[in-house]
Design a protein around this ligand. Structure first.
Ligand code: SF4
Length: 397
């Protein structure tokens, strides 16, 4: 029997505070809103508009709704940016579109490709803000790790991005734009038929920022990415990673139904309070309850628990046993991540022996617990490092 609620179940409030908490989180997101998406000439960005918004823009030009459908196809299926190349649209209308709109991409401030094929970009937006995006190739597929905020409000002590203050949220255009620019880089246009055999086959929302603190823009971006007449990646190929913004997890599951990853990193509240300070607000028990009721989770679609292995801090055998106990009843897998040190970081990587023992205990209890191979070690691979390095160079110039 599947003990987990189906995707469309009406969810109970997580607790008495949830509604108030949700309102507070959404208000905070608005305070860090991105600037209007338009270029220096005042032309509106079409990437990142919902289908309804695109139709409204066409209506304002006196055009029928099918124009929005045509544009959608050119933008998200063909990857075309130049209106003059949109051959199903008559020349005079192409001209009018070019007067009012633009189909943009973030600028590439830096691009590095590792010996192992990992590619990392520092993308720059119109207001000069920058974020990192990473492509991680596997044998027959590859995941793009995208960012959702410039900086982060949370200060997870193992995370380099956590040392950067939150500047602002990214817009839907800037979130979708990272994936589209990554596809430009590999020339993967038009969108391949079906989902098999794509080079850029998966998305992990795991880059800079806490996605559930920018929920509206993230949801809009992922809805665009999942639209089957455009990029057409199914929700099964998208994983959103949160440090545990409990009041938004139900909504994410019910509305988007994407795979969930949780940055756990500790099995005791006192330690997690330190490593992932958001734990002081949403402690482990509450977080795991939200996981238990996450819609769509099943043995076929397990929740991933991220666990960064910090030497002598969270990597003991009793902690592995406690993790087994905590995860009981949750369809879970565990990613054990050897800590990737950055200059000034307070931690060291666990020994191979500690990693092996921890993984053995988890595997013996029936939890798939791969030890993640470090990727892109020869480039600045710790999330946030490329941005810090670029800022340092700009300061020193
Ligand atoms: S791990 Fe994620 S939530 Fe925590 S500081 Fe880093 S970017 Fe922010």
């Amino acid at each position: 029997m599947n003990a987990f609620p189906p995707h469309n179940r009406v969810l109970p409030a997580a607790d008495g505070l949830t509604e108030a908490e949700r309102t507070r989180i959404l208000a905070k997101a608005a305070a860090f809103a991105p600037p209007p998406m338009q270029d220096a000439d005042g032309r509106r960005e079409l990437v990142g508009l919902s289908r309804a918004e695109l139709e409204a823009e066409m209506a304002a030009l006196g055009e029928k709704p099918f124009r929005a459908k045509q544009l959608w196809h050119w933008i998200y299926h063909q990857g075309v940016r130049d209106f003059a190349a949109m051959s199903t649209i008559a020349k005079p209308l192409q001209g009018r579109l070019a007067e009012h709109f633009v189909v943009g991409r973030p600028g590439v401030a830096t691009e590095q490709t590792s010996q192992d094929g990992t590619r990392k970009w520092l993308f720059a937006f119109r207001d000069g803000q920058q974020v990192e995006t990473v492509y991680i190739p596997e044998e027959d597929r590859g995941a793009v790790c995208i960012s959702t905020q410039v900086g982060c409000t949370l200060s997870c002590t193992f995370c380099h991005t956590g040392t950067q203050r939150l500047v602002r949220n990214l817009s839907a255009a800037e979130i979708v734009g990272q994936f589209m620019a990554a596809r430009d880089s590999y020339g993967e246009w038009p969108t391949p038929k079906g989902e098999e055999g794509r080079l850029l086959s998966n998305i992990v929302v795991m880059g800079m920022g806490e996605p559930l603190y920018n929920y509206e823009n993230v949801a809009k971006a992922l809805t665009i990415i999942m639209d089957h007449e455009g990029i057409g990646l199914s929700r099964r190929r998208i994983t959103l990673s949160t440090s545990g913004v409990v009041p938004m997890m139900d909504r994410c599951g019910a509305e988007l139904g994407v795979n969930l990853a949780v940055s756990l990193h500790a099995v005791r509240d006192d330690l997690r309070d330190e490593i992932v300070p958001l734990n002081r607000k949403y402690p482990i028990a509450e977080l795991l309850d939200a996981c238990r009721r996450y819609p769509g989770a099943s043995n076929a679609r397990r929740i991933t628990f991220e666990y960064v292995m910090l030497r002598g801090v969270n990597d003991s055998e009793p902690e592995a046993h406690e993790l087994v106990r905590l995860l009981r009843g949750i369809p879970a897998k565990v990613n054990l991540i050897p800590f990737n040190p950055w200059p000034g970081s307070p931690y060291r990587t666990s020994t191979p022996e500690a990693l092996r023992r921890f993984a053995e205990i988890m595997n013996a209890a029936g939890y798939s617990s791969p030890i993640r191979r470090p990727r892109g070690r020869d480039i600045l691979a710790a999330c946030g490092q490329l941005k810090t390095e670029s800022e340092r160079r700009r300061r020193d110039a």
